[in-house]
Ligand binder design. Structure first.
Ligand SMILES: CCCCCCCCCCCCCCCCCCCC(=O)SCCNC(=O)CCNC(=O)[C@H](O)C(C)(C)COP(=O)(O)OP(=O)(O)OC[C@H]1O[C@@H](n2cnc3c(N)ncnc32)[C@H](O)[C@@H]1OP(=O)(O)O
Ligand SMILES: Cc1cc2nc3c(=O)[nH]c(=O)nc-3n(C[C@H](O)[C@H](O)[C@H](O)COP(=O)(O)OP(=O)(O)OC[C@H]3O[C@@H](n4cnc5c(N)ncnc54)[C@H](O)[C@@H]3O)c2cc1C
Length: 672
């Protein structure tokens, strides 16, 4: 495979690691990409992106001022957007504008984030999901062609989670056939939308719809906020950037206030509900939450996004761990590579396995999502609640797990992992936001819990449940599962844990209502347990999906690839079984002896995977231009790169900084 041609000689330790690898790396890359043809397509697209020198920064972006960073990111976004529009979409097909491959190439341009990301990430998907055919014809081609640039303005200063509590109003005036958008309070300022502050000239706005004196709840509107020629905000619009934050530093998250701002009636996105010219409100949707569709879509895509981010962090940390040597094990022996420490393997190999688990689960979730969309096209919304429950918990758990694994990767790189040039802090702060945005972790797990409690009651009543909760049918009457130390046994025990926790929640709610509490309070008092139950359900889904999809996808693989893919999946099962021993002890007949045996097997498995560790991260096939890491490059020249990066610090531009003469010297001389 022609990848990552090293500019320098490869670090000898890393070169030796590659000789140890006993499986065909390209075969695993093809599995990750979803087939050989997909790998070929990805490489073609990456070549287009990476052969374009405009992605290179003379000064590292983190060394620029806030303004320079933004301006540099816009420059690169325009070059990148143009490439996407003119060359890459021809290869993927326009319908795949959000293909993970395009997302991956964006990282060659931006260590942090593009100010245009939300345009493609949320504005365009909202047009696709929420417009009538006429509206689609009007706006989508312009948006895809970047003639208009949009943001998704839903969250307000006072409300993000509770969408029904949003305060922005859209009041219909039948005389003028217009909506009047207004921000009545300080808390109703739109807040946070990516690209809204300085970049976007349009945005989709979620607002409370009033017509004929009645409020019909939140609906979506497309609003032009800036003049297309001068880019000046239109009269009635106050718009700006919300200020520095933990990450997302090269984008412009924005605020927006409306002062009786008028838009034509046709700017209400009317796929699921409309307001007639005379002001009559007509709802066509069979389900009340279809205006939340973009959020469901993004939650689905975030699982693959998490796989990508973990694979980047794991590649950096494992290559570095092969190069780094530390501490004598025995006197006068060479210091070992830190990758030889089982504790290091424990931190890192789970990251490789998790990247695979999330990748396979995300493909499965994507297919489920497509099936639900097809059902909805036929007018059947029955499968939506299960998709909402699944996408909510998988978004919550995948973002949360990704965050803690990426932090482990940083820990695994010691002090150098703290350097921005390692790229680990960028990856971490980017992923930290994902745990919050598109629905906070706790809030989304509680949405899944609502579904699980209902499912449990249905199982109790003898109803046959849908696939992802069908284990509740089987385990409804099970108390403690007989422990079975096989892979299938571990998966089953996670289903029993989930069923047990959901059952305990139902019991707590019932006990509380029986003792006189109303249902809302009983639910509230039980929410700590409900979050735990939804997480347990999600773990059962992840374990089961990863295991079964891995077996399917490797059916035709070579024996060596089958073996290593199998080892990773077993590692994933064992890791989580050992993490959840308390639950296993509570809900199964597992003994101390069984757990000791599991621990021993897990440690052996780490040692078995050790020779293939570098090969496994090479199989992610992340080119240096995408990794942006002094610690993780293919050639492993870690120390040379750290020194090279240090020289780029603006503080090294001159031998003596002016502050010495201005402040330090007067202090030294007692003249301050
Ligand atoms: C050119 C350069 C380009 C660069 C490259 C670009 C490449 C593209 C890359 C793409 C990457 C993507 C990046 C995306 C970045 C995103 C950034 C962040 C954006 C945002 O954060 S937008 C704002 C998101 N906000 C939220 O998520 C808010 C969370 N809150 C909610 O979702 C709801 O309010 C909540 C919590 C669900 C409650 O809603 P509520 O209306 O109060 O409903 P109830 O709780 O009362 O439930 C009633 C009933 O409805 C069911 N329900 C709720 N939601 C849904 C749903 N979405 N679908 C279906 N059903 C739903 C709920 O379960 C209840 O059912 P019952 O049967 O129990 O009654
Ligand atoms: C980097 C970034 C980018 C963003 N981009 C956009 C964007 O482009 N467009 C947009 O519209 N929004 C955007 N957002 C906003 C984002 O969607 C919200 O911040 C997110 O949905 C969380 O809502 P919140 O901030 O209101 O948190 P809150 O709901 O105030 O949460 C605070 C705490 O309260 C808890 N909590 C809240 N409600 C409950 C409950 N019912 N039960 C139990 N606990 C609860 C939460 O768990 C959390 O711990 C972005 C946010 C970030 C950080």
């Amino acid at each position: 495979m022609k990848i990552n041609k090293p500019k320098h000689d490869v670090n000898p330790d890393l070169a030796k690691e590659r000789l140890k690898c006993n499986f065909n790396i390209e075969e695993v890359t093809n599995i990750i990409d979803g087939g050989k043809d997909k790998t070929v397509q990805r490489k073609k697209i990456e070549d287009i992106a990476l052969n374009n020198g405009a992605s290179l920064d003379e000064v590292p972006e983190e060394c620029l001022s806030i303004k320079e960073r933004y301006e540099n990111a816009v420059r690169k976004s325009c070059v990148y957007g143009n490439l996407v529009r003119n060359e890459m979409l021809e290869i993927t097909g326009i319908e795949n504008f959000e293909s993970p491959v395009l997302r991956r190439t964006a990282d060659a341009f931006f260590k942090d984030i593009s100010p245009f990301m939300l345009h493609l990430g949320m504005f365009v998907p909202t047009l696709i999901g929420q417009c009538t055919p006429e509206q689609t014809a009007e706006w989508l081609p312009k948006a895809l062609d970047m003639q208009i640039i949009g943001a998704y303005a839903q969250t307000e200063l006072g409300h993000g989670t509770f969408i029904r509590g949003l305060e922005t109003t859209a009041t219909y005036n039948p005389e003028k056939e217009e909506f009047v958008l207004h921000s009545p309070t300080i808390t109703s300022y739109k807040w946070w939308a990516g690209g809204l502050g300085k970049t976007a000239n349009h945005c989709v706005v979620m607002a409370q719809l009033y017509t004929q004196g009645k409020c019909h709840g939140t609906h979506l509107f497309i609003v032009k906020i800036r003049d297309l020629d001068t880019h000046m905000p239109l009269p009635g619009i106050t718009v700006g950037e919300i200020g520095p934050r933990m990450g997302f530093s090269s984008a412009d998250n924005g605020f927006l206030r409306f002062d009786h701002f008028r838009i034509p009636r046709e700017n209400m996105l009317m796929k699921h509900a409309k307001v007639e010219k005379d002001g009559v409100y007509v709802k066509s949707a069979k389900h009340g939450k279809l205006t939340y569709g973009t959020m469901v879509f993004i939650r689905v895509t975030l699982v693959s996004e998490m796989s990508f981010n973990i694979s980047k962090a794991a590649t950096i940390a494992i290559r570095y761990s092969a190069v780094r040597r530390q501490t004598e094990l025995r006197p006068n022996e060479p210091e070992p590579q830190i990758l030889d420490y089982p504790t290091q393997q424990h931190k890192l190999f789970i990251c490789i396995a998790t990247a695979h688990a999330f990748q396979l689960t995300s493909c499965w979730l994507w297919n489920t999502f497509q099936a639900v969309l097809a059902d909805m096209k036929k007018g059947n919304v029955d499968t939506l609640p299960e998709l909402h429950a699944l996408s909510s918990c998988l978004k919550a758990v995948s973002t949360s797990d990704a965050l803690s694994h990426i932090e482990q990767c940083r820990f695994a790189c010691g002090g150098h992992g703290y350097m921005l040039s390692s790229n680990l802090p960028f990856i971490y702060s980017f992923v930290a936001a994902t745990r919050t945005y598109e629905g906070d972790y706790t809030v989304l797990l509680l949405q899944t819990a609502r579904f699980l409690v209902k499912a449990s009651e249905q199982a109790e009543a003898g109803k046959k449940l849908t696939q992802t909760v069908s284990y509740l049918n089987r385990t409804a009457n099970a108390d403690r599962l007989n422990w079975d130390n096989t892979h299938e046994g571990i998966i089953k025990s996670f289903q029993v844990i989930a069923a047990g926790k959901i059952g305990q929640c139902v019991k707590s709610i019932r006990d509380r209502t029986a003792s006189g509490m109303d249902y809302e309070d009983a639910w509230l008092m039980t929410t700590v347990q409900l979050v735990g139950a939804a997480e347990a359900h999600c773990r059962a889904v992840l374990l089961n999906t990863y295991w079964s999809e891995m077996r399917k996808i490797t059916e035709a693989s070579s024996a060596d690839v089958k073996k290593v893919m199998h080892q990773l999946a077993v590692l994933y099962l064992m890791y989580w079984a050992l993490e959840k021993t308390g639950d296993l002890l509570k809900y199964s007949s597992v003994s101390k002896k069984d757990l000791d045996e599991l621990q021993r097997r897990y440690e052996e498995l780490l040692a078995e995977l050790r020779p293939n560790a570098v090969g496994l991260v090479d199989a992610f096939d992340l080119r240096d231009e995408i990794l942006h890491s002094s610690l993780g490059s293919y050639d492993g020249r870690v120390y040379e790169r750290l020194i090279e990066e240090a020289h780029k610090s603006p503080l090294n531009d001159e031998p003596v900084n002016q502050s010495f003469h201005k402040y330090t010297k007067p202090l030294m001389l007692g003249k301050l």
